[in-house]
Design a protein around this ligand. Structure first.
Ligand SMILES: Nc1ncnc2c1ncn2[C@@H]1O[C@H](COP(=O)(O)OP(=O)(O)O)[C@@H](O)[C@H]1O
Ligand SMILES: [Mg+2]
Length: 381
């Protein structure tokens, strides 16, 4: 197996410039190029042709980056075949497989994560995001997408039995604490197995599969999605659950008492912060954010229900999936655990925010059906 790593220093801007020239866009205007944060190397800026572009070079072992590159292109090929094309992603201007380069139009936009942090993400944006996500799920199934049956890797059930030696040695203290917590919790492990099993039986649709609010850009008032490297045919409940999970995670991170810095301060003033205090503050935050989850769900449902069969679709689309909301809640619960895991890599101890998120995620995962209304996935009256 060939797994040579692609290092950002040995590849990058020169290759991007050469591709831009081949595409007739001209190289980046010197001094105007901006590197963007993310797991891959990416740059944006104006080109000599005047067109602003966003260029991304996928990083990581060659086989892995090739697979992600092909998934991203499969999305682009699927999107152009939509019967009613809608803008749900920035236009692709060119690509180069050997250099793992993707060139998109650079949009003048803010991310959903930024808007939510500024409390500028409102119910109408949530509802519009629901429509965008439904439009993705309504894309026609292509042989390539449909043929790629590999389910997403997460949640990683095998790691709930034991971490492999390498993973154990590389893990931070907080990650070890968290894995220990999860592995000992047989009820939680069982609920994750049930979620994966129900996903296996679910009708599949073209899905983003790595949806977070930093992958949502709001351009001219419309939410569109970027970063399609996990695109495949999958349980649509994943994308729905990710959005709801993002809102839940935001609620948890807004609990003042659960933030380590303020927790330490309030302990001095009023004694230790109890789990009960944290839960009460979390519930208050969720009261504010829950309408955003409901608006998202209504936007999704309204578009999804208006779905018409594509002309070349072999069968009529399924009746509305009666278990979609329940599975979406399960994935929202998983999303919370995933966020805690993503942050634990950089932490010495699992912070109170993380423990609160695990507790809430656990409650959702162990009884997803009972949380549908609490999470706001109620039908419009
Ligand atoms: N076409 C685009 N126009 C403007 N900004 C973009 C565009 N595509 C992505 N971005 C911004 O760059 C960030 C990184 O892009 P993304 O595709 O998510 O890369 P990564 O794979 O490294 O996460 C995104 O979160 C988004 O804020
Ligand atoms: Mg990204």
């Amino acid at each position: 197996m060939h797994t040579s790593a692609r290092h950002p220093d040995s590849y990058g801007v020169p290759q991007a410039g050469a591709l831009l020239a081949r595409l007739g866009l001209g190289e980046f205007v010197p001094g105007r190029i901006r590197a963007l944060p993310g797991r891959n190397a990416s740059w944006s800026g104006p080109t000599l042709s005047g067109r602003h572009v966003f260029v991304k070079q996928l990083q990581g072992p060659a086989e892995d980056s090739l697979q992600r590159f092909r998934r991203a292109l499969a999305f682009e090929e699927t999107a152009v075949r939509a019967v009613q094309p809608r803008l749900c992603s920035p236009p692709l201007l060119g690509h180069c497989e050997s250099e793992r380069l993707l060139v998109h139009a650079c949009l003048d936009a803010r991310s959903g994560a930024d808007l939510l942090a500024d409390r500028a993400w409102d119910a109408s944006l949530s509802q519009a995001l629901g429509r965008t996500v439904a439009a993705v799920h309504m894309l026609p199934l292509q042989p390539d997408t449909a043929g790629d049956a590999a389910p997403p890797l997460l949640p990683p059930l095998h790691l709930l039995d034991a971490l492999p030696e390498q993973g154990y040695l590389m893990a931070s203290q907080a990650e070890l604490e968290l894995w220990g917590l999860l592995q000992r919790d047989t009820e939680l492990v069982e609920s994750l197995r049930r979620l994966r099993e129900s996903e296996r039986r679910a009708p599949r649709r073209p899905s983003h599969c790595d949806l977070r609010l930093d992958q949502v850009l709001v351009h001219e008032g419309k939410p569109i999605l970027v970063d399609w490297e996990e695109f495949r045919c999958a349980d649509p409940a994943r994308d729905i659950g990710s959005v709801v999970g993002e809102l839940l995670w935001t609620a948890v991170t807004r609990i003042p008492a659960a933030r380590d810095d303020t927790a330490a301060a309030s302990e001095i003033v009023s004694g230790p912060v109890s789990a009960h205090d944290i839960a009460a503050a979390g519930a208050r935050e969720w009261q504010r954010l829950r309408p955003l989850a409901t608006a998202f769900w209504h936007g999704y449902r309204h578009t999804d229900e208006s779905r018409r069969p594509e002309p070349d679709e072999p069968r009529k689309p399924d009746e509305p999936d009666p278990h979609l909301a329940e599975r979406a809640c399960g994935f929202a619960g998983w999303h919370l655990l995933d966020r805690v895991l993503a942050h634990a890599g950089e932490q010495a101890r699992l912070p109170a925010t993380g423990r609160a998120a695990v507790g809430i995620g656990r409650r959702i995962l162990t009884a997803p059906h009972d949380t549908i209304a609490v999470l706001g996935l109620t039908e419009a009256s």
